[in-house]
Design a protein around this ligand. Structure first.
Ligand code: GDP
Ligand code: MG
Length: 163
């Protein structure tokens, strides 16, 4: 059975864009509607002779109590439970968002390996505030641009080294 790698993070950080780039298809819905990825979306990724299943999830906005978000949340919980590796996607252009801290606390409960993926680093040098994300205490961190296809090879190498 191929290992399962799951994308989690708050809405609009670029999870679905990254999913589509890594699977090489436009399968996930990337409209700018918060929480639009309600069901889990899966596809197979092959890289340097290794194979894994990539799962996209809706935004995990723990503070939001409305019914749709509860549904999204329980889908995300199922996805986290069955994951071999979690890709915790954050907006690398911003510092730590309070929702990121909530999500970090949620993810930690599952005791899985976690790579923080700081997305939207489209150009220029890595901003200093990116290192703040290390305080969450997860296994690794990488800066990428999903839209600009930057550093995706390094991300894939990292994923393979963790599964
Ligand atoms: P999700 O809610 O986490 O699935 O985020 P989406 O993949 O739907 O993307 C949210 C928005 O961020 C869209 O407008 C994307 O075009 C944009 N986006 C995604 N990746 C990048 C990136 O690497 N750089 C920039 N500048 N924008 C991005
Ligand atoms: Mg999405």
């Amino acid at each position: 059975n191929a290992p399962i790698v799951t994308l989690v993070g708050r809405t609009n950080v670029g999870k679905s864009t990254l999913f589509n780039k890594l699977v090489g298809k436009r399968k996930a819905i990337t409209e700018d509607v918060n929480g639009v990825t309600r069901d889990r979306v899966y596809d197979k990724v092959e890289w340097t002779g290794h194979e894994f299943i990539l799962a996209d999830t809706g935004g995990l906005d723990i503070s939001n109590k409305d019914i749709m978000n509860q549904e999204v949340k329980s889908q995300v919980e199922k996805a986290l439970f069955e994951s071999d590796l979690i890709l915790f996607v954050v907006d690398g252009r911003e510092g730590i968002n309070p929702h990121d801290s909530d999500i970090a606390n949620e993810i930690r409960k599952y005791n899985k390996k976690v790579i923080i993926v700081a997305n939207k680093i489209d150009r220029g040098k890595i901003p200093d505030h990116l290192y703040d994300f290390y305080k969450f205490g997860f296994d690794d961190l990488i800066a990428i641009s999903a839209e600009g296809s930057k550093n995706l090879g390094d991300l894939l190498d990292k994923i393979i080294s963790f599964i």
